[in-house]
Design a protein around this ligand. Structure first.
Ligand code: ADP
Ligand code: MG
Length: 703
């Protein structure tokens, strides 16, 4: 059955092919339905009129009623603008247009009463209103919106130039709703709507565009947000319930020799309570006969690597191979070294596979994976290539998951298609609860909420660039005390117009301030060959070089306990989680550690908030929350490759935590009773879910 809502937008009265093209290009609106789901971002009470003399602030939309007194063209060429004086009984205000001048000049009339809608600005000490929307009062009254609130819609400059304003869209919504209102079919089951006391979809869509009052608007917004989040959660949790019901897991029955030997002889410290708890959770999963899919969250330096290693040893004792995948070559290298060192004296074979592994070695490695000679494979995404096959892969660990997409995750699972390995996913930095529930909503979650004992909290300070001499003398003192230092730069090659410290300049000035032979400096950046990188890293790890100058290649996971100072140049350029990650490179030994954020004096509001946040707190979970609020969910790393099957139009993960929790709880309760959504009651849910998920096929193939 064809659905009226799927009609091409050009067939809506008042649109036509030209406007349709603009709407599609600018707002991605190509069907009736797209327009219906193009939601307002704010509402104005249209029953309320201001007087010109009442205008006391800018940046607030308001409605005036008055007449145009005169209108003239001012300036020449590009600077040309149309200026009108608008008067009511209380005063006069200037209206200014920079675009669409010709048309406006012809159509605006001196004399008749207008209803004006716009946002005052201040220019030359006086208020004016740039680009107001104007409507002749008589005509406006003829249209007679039946509702008091005027919705404002997101538009673009191009649309406005094509005479599609927020007002135009509002009118289009009106005629659209008149046409399709009878045909809007409910997308949530009647019993659910009734139980939760939600308004129907029909009511909600009408109210979101034309609210009669605040109360119905609030209910409509709740319903639409709830529905979006609910289907995302239903999708994720269905996958989870399905796996639990159907996907068998290898059973790691025992704790064996390797684990016990390691635990009593090789483990240099006591596990933290949190590490113990997580190991228990993992043991429970891997012993249950169901495939494990677990997310391990823990702050930087909380000891996730060790949890990974212990899990691998459990797999080994039960006769299974393991693979661990890291996002960068440096990190893979480092895991390889850490594992080799920690497993010293234990008969277990660890191998490394990265992009720079030579072909001949690679072939040998492939062979020894198939013959089970190699027990643990550590690598980068080279691991997921089809040529890599295991004899008996029982466990896959993904470190720093935010760098990998869901699709990559899925490919590792497929390494053993008949019997997928257990999967443990570890995040680099904590992510907020709402984001975790959405990005990793199909996984069980473990949290390490405690750092190993004896760590001193890192002291963080913000220095402006003019304090550089003070910084250098501090660094000299640290080096004299036997400590090592990271200095991190945001870019390798600066763009000439930007005033950012570039790594090469930085290197020059650092070697001048810290000259050989007294001081030794290493450099590390993304353009170096793997071999050079390893060499630079090795010199620093061994303590031969005092200072490591680097770009963010060292951001993830690098572990050198003797390094106690992290200097971040142009810190205003880094994102919050990056700053937190970078800071996490120090504070790993027993010494007091420091993080110093350098910046210019001119800071954007956001840049300032980021720096202040890092100075104020060491808590990764708190930082993640601020990050989400500052950037919005769409920009957070990993969100794009996430398993969210459709774009969220109204719900917002930064603001709608409670609705999300409600949606997840509701979805879980439904699946608890009916995991495959097979009962008549849930038929609509099943159909709706199919409809929503088929648009992004990658996602559905993962289940
Ligand atoms: P992350 O969680 O950021 O991956 P790592 O696993 O790299 O952290 O651990 C950080 C440091 O803490 C490492 O040097 C590691 O050896 C050490 N560590 C891990 N667990 C403990 C523990 N229980 N007690 C003391 N030190 C620990
Ligand atoms: Mg790590």
């Amino acid at each position: 059955m064809t659905d009226l809502l799927d009609s091409d937008i050009k067939f809506l009265a008042g649109v036509g092919p030209k406007r349709a093209e603009l709407l599609t290009k600018e707002l991605n609106i190509s069907t009736f339905k797209d327009l219906l789901y193009h939601f307002p971002f704010k509402y104005t009470d249209r029953t309320k009129f201001y007087s010109i003399s009442d205008i006391i602030s800018q940046d607030v939309y308001l409605q005036l009623r008055g007449r145009i007194q005169d209108i003239e063209l001012v300036g020449i060429r590009q600077k040309q603008r149309l200026v009108a004086h608008f008067v009511d009984d209380t005063g006069s205000i200037e209206l200014v247009w920079f675009k669409g001048i010709k048309w406006l000049r012809q159509s605006l009339k001196i004399g008749p009463e207008y209803i004006l809608y716009g946002k005052p600005a201040v220019y030359g000490g006086k208020y004016n209103i740039p680009h107001p929307e104007m409507e002749e009062a008589e005509k406006a009254e003829n249209i007679k919106y039946p509702f008091a609130y005027q919705a404002s819609y997101p538009t673009t400059e191009r649309l406005k130039n094509g005479f599609i304003t927020s007002r135009t869209i509002h009118k289009l919504e009106y005629s659209l709703l008149q046409k399709v209102h009878g045909q809007i079919r409910e997308t949530l089951p009647a019993w659910l709507i009734k139980n939760l006391g939600l308004p129907s979809l029909k009511e909600s869509l009408l109210a979101i565009h034309f609210p009669e009052n605040q109360d119905i608007l609030k209910k409509a917004r709740y319903r639409l947000k709830f529905e979006e989040l609910f289907y995302i959660q239903l999708n994720l949790l269905k996958l989870k319930h399905w796996r639990k019901a159907r996907v068998k897991g290898f059973i790691f029955k025992k704790i064996g020799n390797t684990f016990n030997t390691f635990y009593s002889h090789n483990l240099p410290f006591e596990l933290t309570k949190a590490q113990k708890r997580v190991i228990k959770e993992i043991r429970r999963d891997t012993g249950s006969g169901i495939q494990m899919n677990r997310l391990l969250q823990g702050d930087v330096g909380s000891g996730k690597t060790l949890v990974a290693l212990l899990t691998i040893l459990i797999a080994h004792d039960n006769g299974y191979q393991s693979a661990i995948m890291a996002p960068t070559e440096i990190l893979a290298q480092q895991h390889f070294q850490t594992f080799s060192k920690m497993l010293d004296g234990i008969p277990i074979k660890v191998s490394l596979l990265t992009g720079s592994t030579k072909k001949s070695e690679r072939e040998k490695l492939h062979e020894s994976l198939r013959s089970e000679e190699v027990h643990i494979l550590i690598g980068t995404h080279a691991l997921i290539e089809d040529t890599v096959n295991f004899a008996n892969l029982g466990l896959v660990i993904i470190d720093e998951q935010h760098r990998f997409g869901v699709a990559q995750r899925a490919r590792l699972w497929e390494k053993n298609p008949e019997h997928p390995p257990h999967v443990l996913v570890m995040t680099a930095t904590p992510i907020p609860r709402t984001l975790a529930m959405t990005l990793y909503g199909d996984l069980d979650v473990s949290v390490i909420d405690e750092l190993p004992p004896g760590r001193k909290a890192i002291q963080t300070a913000h220095y402006y660039d003019n304090k550089r001499l003070k910084l250098f003398s501090f660094l000299r003192k640290q080096i004299a005390n036997g400590r090592q230092i990271y200095i991190v730069y945001p870019l390798i090659k600066e763009s000439e117009t930007l005033d950012y410290k570039d790594l090469e300049d930085g290197h020059d000035s650092i070697t001048r301030a810290f000259p050989p032979p007294q001081y030794a400096v290493s450099v590390l950046h993304g353009r170096m060959k793997a071999e050079e990188k390893n060499k630079a890293m090795a010199l620093f790890v061994k303590g031969i070089t005092h200072i490591m100058i680097a770009t963010t290649v060292i951001e993830v996971g690098v572990d050198v306990p003797n390094a106690s100072v992290m200097v971040i140049e142009s810190s205003e350029r880094f994102g919050l989680s990056q700053l937190h990650q970078l800071r996490g490179r120090v504070g790993r030994g027993a010494e007091q550690s420091y993080c110093i954020l350098m910046s210019g004096v001119k800071l954007s509001k956001e840049g300032k908030t980021r720096i202040e946040t890092i100075v104020r707190t060491n808590d990764g979970f708190e930082i993640a929350e601020v990050d989400l609020k500052l950037r919005g969910p769409g920009d957070i790393e990993g969100t794009q490759q996430s398993g969210i099957p459709f774009d969220m139009k109204i719900a917002n993960l930064a603001r709608d935590q409670q609705i999300l929790e409600h949606a997840r709880r509701t979805a879980d309760e439904i699946l608890e009773k009916d995991p495959m959504l097979e009962t008549d009651d849930n038929l609509l849910l099943k159909r709706q879910l199919q409809k929503l998920t088929t648009s992004r096929t990658d996602w559905s193939s993962i289940s």
